[in-house]
Design a protein around this ligand. Structure first.
Ligand code: MG
Length: 168
């Protein structure tokens, strides 16, 4: 008997939007990551890859989980106040936000992981905005910036692999 599998794609798009992230913003980060290899690439060309990445169940679960923690911390709903404080100050040594993001990258191989490391340091576009917003305005984007970075990094990796295949 086949179990019907629920798809959380639309739910994740709504959650991301609620937290100030559009898929176009993620596609722009993915374009940025590929721009040194494909100079005239547009964000629209990366959109398909962003949707494919977000179409994966484990990516959807990571997004739902990370955003739930950010929101709970922001609204002071976490029972563990030590954890809440760690999340609210985006403690640099916390690292669980990155580990959740690696889970996304792992399905797209080493290029995704390298891309993630780069954009996490470089903080391009929406990632920079989320990072700054999370630090200065009472918002908690501790998980969100890494989720966005990981989806962009994975989409860039997927695009790189697909365009390599076309060349062969
Ligand atoms: Mg973070």
């Amino acid at each position: 008997m086949e179990m019907e599998e629920k798809d959380y794609f639309d739910y994740c798009v709504t959650l991301l939007k609620k937290r100030g992230v559009r898929l176009e913003d993620i596609a722009d980060c993915a374009r940025y990551l590929q721009s040194s290899y494909h100079h005239s690439l547009t964000s629209e060309e990366l959109m398909e890859s962003v949707c494919k990445v977000l179409g994966k169940r484990e990516v959807q679960f990571a997004v739902i989980t990370g955003i739930a923690f950010d929101e709970a911390a922001e609204e002071n709903r976490l029972k563990d106040k030590e954890l809440e404080e760690i999340l609210l100050r985006d403690e640099p040594l916390y690292g669980v936000d990155e580990v959740l993001a690696y889970g996304i990258c792992n399905t797209y191989g080493s290029i995704a992981l390298t891309n993630f490391g780069f954009i996490d340091k470089d903080k391009y576009g929406i990632i920079r905005k989320l990072n700054e917003e999370g630090k200065n305005t009472g918002h908690c984007n501790t998980f969100l910036d890494d989720l966005v970075g990981a989806i962009a990094a994975s989409a860039a990796s997927r695009f790189a692999h697909n365009s390599e295949e076309e060349d062969v």
